[in-house]
Design a protein around this ligand. Sequence first.
Ligand code: PGA
Length: 247
Amino acid sequence: MVIYNAKDYNDMSRKAANIISAQIIIKPNCVLGLATGSTPEGTYKQLVEWYKKGDLDFAQVKAVNLDEYKGLSKDNDQSYAYFMRKHLFDNVNIDINNTFIPNGLEADSKKECTRYNEVIKSLGGVDLQLLGIGGNGHIGFNEPGEAFEKETHCVKLTDDTIKANSRFFSSLDLVPKFAYSMGIKSIMQAKSILLVASGKSKAEALYKTIYGEIVPSVPASILQLHNNVTIVADDDALSIIKEKGLL
Ligand code: PGA
């Protein structure tokens, strides 16, 4: 694992955007695995800025997202499809037909997960997978305790995740309780992985991810077994690692 220590959120966002831009420049028709959440917002903002300056071209880029809430339509403003259009797709020249995200409205979980696995395969796999990390060490919606070998599957969200996500909904009852998510196996098949983390609330998860045992109770710890992982994290997210003198 390569770890880049960013000063703060903005620095993390610029560094992460630089790595994604490099991927697009090196392989203009690359497949990007994308993530939602507050952490990558700044990264997308920076990519949009560089696109607007003429430094980046998304014309041939394909994007496949990690996850989507089950039950939300792509036009629901809390859906991840909506998030991606708002923060990236509507602001760059990516062909929307080259963007893929699980269909939250498909009620048949088996059908949707099989379809999504086929989509990823038909794209030839992911070149660069962007990941955030949950305070409990989850990646995508792979919650602690989930089997490492899963591909796209339907996840029952934990109470912690539902609570963390409730900040975006007007009441706890409206937060979806299930999601479709690429599994750990899908994530591990990406050719390279970029994990971004910011803030003290991620410090323990990040410490366990990098230096802890590889255990399903810390889903991100599996990344220790991937041969091309870059972590860009700010001072706060790296605080425990730094206190222990490990960086
Ligand atoms: P956040 O979520 O970026 O909103 O903190 C990350 C995650 O839960 O994967």
